[in-house]
Each structure stands twice: as C-alpha cells, then as structure tokens.
Design a protein around this ligand. Structure first.
Ligand code: AMP
Ligand code: ZN
Length: 464
C-alpha cells in the first residue's frame, strides 16, 4: 500500500507523491495570537501533528513551516471589522505587540502539553512585512492588483479570466455570493492585500510601503511566508475546513497569480470541526473551552489528544463531558499498560511485523487514526505476544500517536523522598492556582504508576 490523502483540490483520495522524494514541504496555518486558542483549534493542530509524525514514520523528510498571525486578521475573513490584534490590545489595555507575545507563549505552552511537535520554522507576520510588500508589488506588475480608496486589492475577475488556477471551492469565486460591503472593491470577491485608509484608519501597527503607510491583509502573509521557506511550489498545505472558501482560496489566487506556476500546492488537507452540543466551537461566539480550563476541570491534556485520535480528522468531533471522561479512562488504561510493559521488559524486543504493517496501512489510508488505535489495542490484547514485543510495538506506534511513552521509557525510577517532594510541590501549586504545574506533577507521577488519593490525613500515594 502507499500513502493516500483526501485532497481538497479535486475532492478525492489521491496517492501522495511529493515534488522531490523523500522531501516534503508542509505549511500549516498557525494561530492568530490575540486570545487563547480553544480546544477546537487544537483538534486541527493535533491532526497536523499526526500528519507530520506519520510522514516522519514513513521515512519522508519533512520541513514544517507555521506562521504566527500577529497583524492584519480582521474579525471577518472577508476584510470586514477590526484587526483582531487591536481588539485584543484594547480588551487588555496593552499594545498589540504585548498581546502577540503573551498569546504566542500561551499557544506554545499548550501545544507542548499536547505533545504537538514545534514547527521547524515558526514565522511571525510582523517579521515578514517586506516579503509581503515584494509579493504585492509582483502582483501589481502582473496587473493583478489595483489601488482603490487607499487600499490595494487583488483583482479576482482578472485573475480568473487569465489563469486556469487550482480551485479549492468551486462555489466561492463562481457565484460571488459574498456580502459586498466595501464599496472600493471592483468585485465582491476581491480582497485586500494592503490597507492604508478608509474605515481601517487608526490602526496601531503600520509600515511604510509603495502604497502608503499601512499594514498587510491577512491572506498575503501565508503566501509570502510559505513561499519564502518552502519554495514557489510545495507539497502540503493544511488548516481547518473554515479556511477552504476564503483564506485558502485567496492564498492560491495570489500565489498562482504572482508566479504563474500551477498548482502552487499539490495537496490540501483540511480538518473538520470540533463541535459542542449546538455548534462549532469559536472564539467569536465567546463560548470556548481552553486547555487550561480543561485541566482545571481535572483532565489531562493527553486525554484530549487521545479523544482527537478516536475520530477521523475529516469527521466532526462531538465534544461533551462524557466524551472527554471516556477518553481519559482509555488514555489512563493505555498509560498504565505502557508503564507496566516497560517495567516487565528487561530487553527491548522487536515489534511484531504484522501489527506494524496494519498500523502503517491504517495511517496510509488518509490518516485513519481510529483504525490505528484499534490496532494498538488489538496488539496489547494479543496473548500470543511477549511483553517485550508489545513494548517494542508500542514504542513504534507512539512515534505517531505522540503520547510520549518512548521518552518515559528512559525515565529513571523515583525514590520515595522525591515522590513526597513532588506531592508537596503539587499541593502548593494547586493553592497558588498554578494548575499547569500541578498537572505536570500529576502526570510525572502517573507515568511512574503512582496514584494519589486525598485522605483526611493528607495526600497518600500508592504504586500500581
Ligand atoms: P484561528 O486561530 O482562528 O485562525 O484558527 C486556528 C486553526 O483552528 C485553523 O486551522 C482553523 O481552521 C481551526 N479551527 C477553528 N475553529 C475550529 C473548531 N471549532 N474545530 C476545529 N478546528 C478549528
Ligand atoms: Zn494561512
């Protein structure tokens, strides 16, 4: 079998053939750092992490680039409303730069706790404004950009009539169904490349440009930064399904318009939403659950990772109390089995080839993680395998599952005094509302097979 993905370009499952085997250029749209990310966002980042780990597991050499949006992303992806960074700054009485720094740190703390691998290249929009200006100038020189009312727009009609471009969503550009509010646009589908004037005045983050003092539109940043680090054509671009009709369609138009090279990106992979009882989780609705809140509610971030793996990335994931409770139970069971296998395996054995093959095949089938998890459990229940073989298999599987069992394997045993000290530190952290540290300690103890119990005499520990 070979690796296959559902490619949003063409909307069908296709064999994955990178431009230059075995290298893979992977670009994933990163966070807009004006607020905490919610667990819906993390469903998408966990999918991208599993994708990257799968490519590594199968022997590809991945270069993963992710942007940090710290300017230019307006409330609506269609150039309406205010810059989200400025809203964040006003909400907290800080500068947009301070807001960006704070929420970027919060994002990487969360992704670290979810065992999401950091990108090889992390690029901030504000560090790449000159690259965006150069790209806009290139579009202008090819007649695909026009200035109106002080802003520079991408000319969708002109582009559409000139190029046989890579369409993600046939409906969006064809029907022009978007709401027309900006009277400066020639056509409702046009979008801003560079803002200077009109209703966007008073913006705090500005740069000099050939079109005046102002700031870039949101879509241009991903085209400029991905091409800077991955070349003018590359292999995979990812994001959530909400990005298909606007952000990613606009990115394609700009990039293919600027270079004339089609397709700009060979494979587009999009993850479906995490939804709560009624609707998708979103920041704008104000109803969203952060990873810190999840931890305050007593859940391990890795149980959430487990929950995400139980659903295919192209299926919606229904989030509710019983979903996370069940995932936590399964994850703890897996963790306990992993730790006892570790203890009982004096030698590192060789993983069972048949289970490895099945696991690999499940992932090659458009990242079928529910199937991959079923294979993991099947192997663990198999009475015909020794503990050494199971442990070796689990270490292999964990390269993709990303629970960190392999690293835990190297950990030394804790002495009783070290355990007591960690428990004291955990109590103190909880008193100081440092739930992140308290949870970290609980995890350290849990992976050693140590469980905690609150008793009238204080916290007691027990080794499983
Ligand atoms: P944002 O910070 O809003 O640009 O979103 C970051 C990533 O999360 C993007 O890839 C979005 O498509 C994705 N996303 C946003 N909301 C959800 C959700 N409820 N479930 C899954 N992914 C989401
Ligand atoms: Zn993007």
């Amino acid at each position: 079998m070979s690796l296959r993905f559902f490619n949003t370009l063409g909307r069908k499952v296709e064999k994955f053939v990178p431009i230059e085997m075995p290298k893979v250029g992977l670009y994933t749209c990163g966070p807009t750092v004006y607020n905490y990310a919610h667990i819906g966002n993390y469903k998408s980042y966990i999918f991208e992490d599993v994708l990257r780990r799968t490519l590594d597991f199968l022997g590809y050499q991945v270069k993963h680039v992710m942007n940090i949006t710290d300017v230019g992303h307006l409330v609506s992806d269609e150039d309406e409303g205010e810059d989200k960074m400025e809203i964040g700054a006003r909400r907290e009485n800080k500068t947009p730069w301070e807001i960006a720094e704070f929420y970027e740190k919060a994002f990487f703390n969360d992704t670290n706790e979810l065992n999401i691998l950091p990108p090889h290249i992390k690029c901030k929009a504000t560090d790449h404004v000159q690259d965006m200006i150069a790209l806009i100038a290139r579009l202008e020189s090819r007649g695909l950009a026009y200035t109106s009312g002080g802003n520079v727009y991408f000319d969708v009609e002109k582009f559409r009539n000139t190029y046989n471009y890579s369409k993600l969503d046939t409906a969006s550009y064809e029907t022009g169904k978007r709401i027309e509010e900006d009277q400066q646009k020639k056509s409702p589908c046009d979008f801003v490349l560079w803002f200077t004037k009109s209703k966007f005045e008073g913006h705090l983050m500005n740069w000099d440009s050939p079109w005046g003092y102002g700031y870039p539109g949101w879509h241009i940043e991903c085209s400029a930064m991905s091409m800077k680090y991955l070349g003018e054509q590359f292999d995979i671009h990812c994001g959530g399904v909400d990005h298909i009709p606007i952000h990613h369609s606009n990115e394609i138009a700009q990039s293919e318009g600027a270079t004339g090279k089609i397709p700009w990106v060979k494979y587009w992979l999009h993850s479906e939403f995490l939804i709560t009882t009624a609707d998708k989780m979103s920041k704008s609705s104000g109803e969203f659950l952060t990873l810190s809140k999840l931890k305050e509610n007593g859940f391990n971030p890795l149980s959430f990772r487990y929950l995400c793996l139980t659903a295919h990335y192209r299926s919606q994931l229904q989030y509710n109390d019983s979903a996370i409770e069940n995932a936590e139970q399964s994850y703890n069971r897996l963790l306990n089995i992993a730790m006892s296998l570790k203890e009982e395996s004096t030698n590192i054995g060789k993983a069972d080839e048949e289970y490895l093959f099945q696991f690999r095949s499940a992932l090659e089938d458009d990242l079928n993680t529910p199937q991959a998890l079923a294979i993991v459990w099947g192997m663990l229940r198999d009475k015909g395998l020794t503990n050494e073989v199971k442990w070796a298999g689990l270490i292999e599987f964990d390269k993709v599952l990303g629970f960190g069992f392999a690293i835990m394997e190297k950990d030394k045993e804790l002495l009783p005094l070290e355990i007591e000290n960690l428990i004291k530190e955990r109590e103190l952290s909880r008193k100081n509302k440092d739930y992140s540290r308290a949870d970290e300690i609980r995890n350290i103890l849990l992976v050693k097979g140590i469980t905690l119990q609150d008793t009238p005499q204080g916290v007691k520990w027990e080794k499983l």
